[in-house]
Design a protein around this ligand. Sequence first.
Ligand code: EPZ
Length: 417
Amino acid sequence: MDKLAIRGGKRLQGEIRISGAKNAALPILCASLLTGEPLYLDNLPRLNDISTTLTLLGHIGVQIALDERGGVELHGAALTRLEAPYSLVKTMRASILVLGPMLARCGEARVSLPGGCAIGSRPVDLHIKGLQAMGAQIDIEHGYILARAGRLRGARIFMDTVTVTGTENLMMAATLASGTTILENAAREPEVVDLADCLIAMGADIRGAGSDTITIQGVERLHAAHYRIMPDRIESGTYLVAAAMTGGAITLRDSCPQALDAVIEKLREAGAVIHCDHDSIDLTAPARLRAVNLRTAPYPAFPTDMQAQFMALNATAEGVGRVTETIFENRFMHVQEMRRLGAQIEIEGNTALVRGVEHLQGATVMATDLRASASLVLAALVAEGETVIERIYHIDRGYECIEEKLNQLGASVRRIH
Ligand code: EPZ
């Protein structure tokens, strides 16, 4: 398995281009199942999770043509296997996003239950409950979700937990249902809005995406569309923290500042100076940042996917920072590894108290999940000496060409095959 070797102490400066958003691309790729006409997508990030999703869609019967400009054409004219096998779902739980579209378009679907994952149990009960409310017959047998339906019927669905992919799955299913569906307590993430905008380009009738109530008027069919995936706000946030921790100065191009208010606010509180244009972000940081307190919550509050990165920021900042994780029950896997680098972190329930130290020391550490791995890269950038991060396939799921982008900013990162 690949490793990353990082020599710390380099100040990051310069500019990089932000890739398309993984968590917008995943549901949007699955939207290709909703129509027999072609869906052309631009700005698709080159990530393992994207290739896993393309493999799954190909397995179902979608014709896929990648072009050299990072675009892809998907054509779901003839879907042959209405299933998502365990072998694919076990590597990526977001595979559950084929359930709603397959059921809405074809009336049946056989999707493996996603297992648990490093950051928590992550059930899909709200996805299932919502589809049942729309008239689906759903049984769970031998680890698979077996779903059948005539034409789905519009329904009023209240989700008692804010769920991003749950909102996306039900929104996609509702586009072809008969009548009106109202999703209440819906997720407001920008990636949900990006999916809604793509579905509207395909002929769907959706109102309220981005608010906590989304209304979908079902239509007979969706049609061909050409859509550009939004920039990745978590990739953007990760590089901003990297530059801030090294006392650097960077510019992000093709980014989405308007989707990063909570993160930019926290970075300013830590002492970074940030200027935003409509698709670029400039950051300049002092030699040492101030520790910040944060509490994760659904958008527009501070994103859980940036929690580990700010834990790394607090590890070498001035003072004590309090980090509270409210979304997932086990999203502190990076703490143990950061302690190996010399971080002073105490955990009390779902809150971590991080006492900033002047310097971390390089060591060998192990990645456990996508954003935890990213936080270890950030810590390694400021640690004395060399840090080797093992199992970096986690990182390759969500960060396109991470070593190239970091080295372009002056870091010293080497991939060991
Ligand atoms: C999405 O996961 C993201 N993944 C995650 O990003 C992100 O961390 C998460 O939203 C929260 O923002 C994608 O969009 C592909 P949830 P998702 O359903 O949809 C509970 C990354 O790093 N819940 O919003 O799976 C659940 O247990 C990944 O890119 C139920 O109880 O998360 C959790 O506590 C990691 N029942 C909470 O809701 C359900 O049916 C939020 O989960 C569904 C969820």
